[in-house]
Design a protein around this ligand. Structure first.
Ligand code: DGL
Length: 276
């Protein structure tokens, strides 16, 4: 247990937004939130001690994700953002009922945007193995007619991002292996169904071709958070310098190092909440 804290209560617009990911990928969502909601405080929790989630069973991911979300809910946040496709896939059904506050995931907003973007109905999805096997995007699109989803797990991409590799011959070869079948399948829209992947948008677009529209689950999720807070009267409207707090279950030094390398100085003070 993370020393947790219950299921949370409704908190007002002054309270921070809680953002959860298995590790670093959710920082792309946090950055999109910072850009789209610059007056909002944030508490970010990365379960780096137990990441990656994308290679684990859905049952295991579900257990870890709910534990982390319970913890965040207990810190007094006003909304929960599940900034991880693998975790969203594992808890999509329960999370909204479990917490007494808005809960936004990354799957539904990205699936909706892809449906709006496609002209041919041929949508590609790249994601972790956990997200692919969960079928969460297929479920999200099941009611949409004339859309075909072609799924390609890309397990090596997370490793490249976390090693700071976003270009170079090895990554290019992996990208060709994963993405050329999607290109041959004549997709016109590609969902970046893992929150690490916006950091590889350059190489992904280069390989699939710039005629393919990339849908970032991070950007779409941030838009959805704005809409959700606006509808619930929970936006913080006053200009201010927001407080960003970073929590990790693993090493704070590692988190600060990888986080600020990936995000360009955006991650500074990091606290550990669960010595493993
Ligand atoms: N960022 C996570 C996602 O969106 C993947 C990273 C991991 O495997 O933990 O699925």
């Amino acid at each position: 247990m993370l020393g947790a804290i219950g299921s949370g209560v409704v908190n007002g617009s002054e309270a921070p937004i809680g953002v959860f990911d298995s590790g670093f990928g959710g920082l792309t969502v946090a950055r999109a939130l910072r850009d789209q909601l610059p007056n909002e405080d944030m508490v970010y929790l990365g379960d780096t001690a137990r990441s990656p989630y994308g290679t684990k069973s859905i049952g295991e991911v579900r257990e870890y994700a709910l534990e982390c979300l319970d913890y965040l809910a207990g810190t007094g946040v006003k909304a929960l953002v599940i900034a991880c496709n693998s975790a969203s896939s594992a808890v999509l059904r329960d999370a909204r009922e479990r917490y007494d506050m808005p809960v936004v995931d990354v799957i539904l907003p990205a699936a909706r945007r892809a449906v709006r973007a496609t002209r041919t109905g041929r949508i590609g999805l790249i994601c972790t193995t956990a997200t692919a096997t969960s079928g969460s995007y297929d479920d999200a699109l099941v009611a949409v007619r004339d859309v075909e989803l072609i799924t390609q797990p890309c397990p090596l991409f997370v490793e490249y991002v976390e090693a700071g590799i976003t270009s170079g011959p090895e990554l290019m070869q992996a990208a060709r292996d994963y993405l050329l079948p999607l290109r041959e399948a004549e997709i016109d829209t590609l969902i970046l169904g893992c929150t690490h992947y916006p950091l590889l948008a350059g190489v992904i677009s280069y390989v699939v071709g710039d005629e393919v529209t990339l849908v970032s689950s991070a950007e779409e999720c941030a838009r959805e958070v704005f809409a959700n807070l606006a509808d619930s009267g929970l936006l913080h409207d006053e200009p201010r310098t927001p407080r960003l707090q970073f929590l990790t279950t693993g090493s704070p030094e590692l988190f600060a190092g990888v986080g600020s390398r990936l995000m360009g100085g955006f991650v500074d003070r990091v606290e550990q909440i669960y010595p493993m």
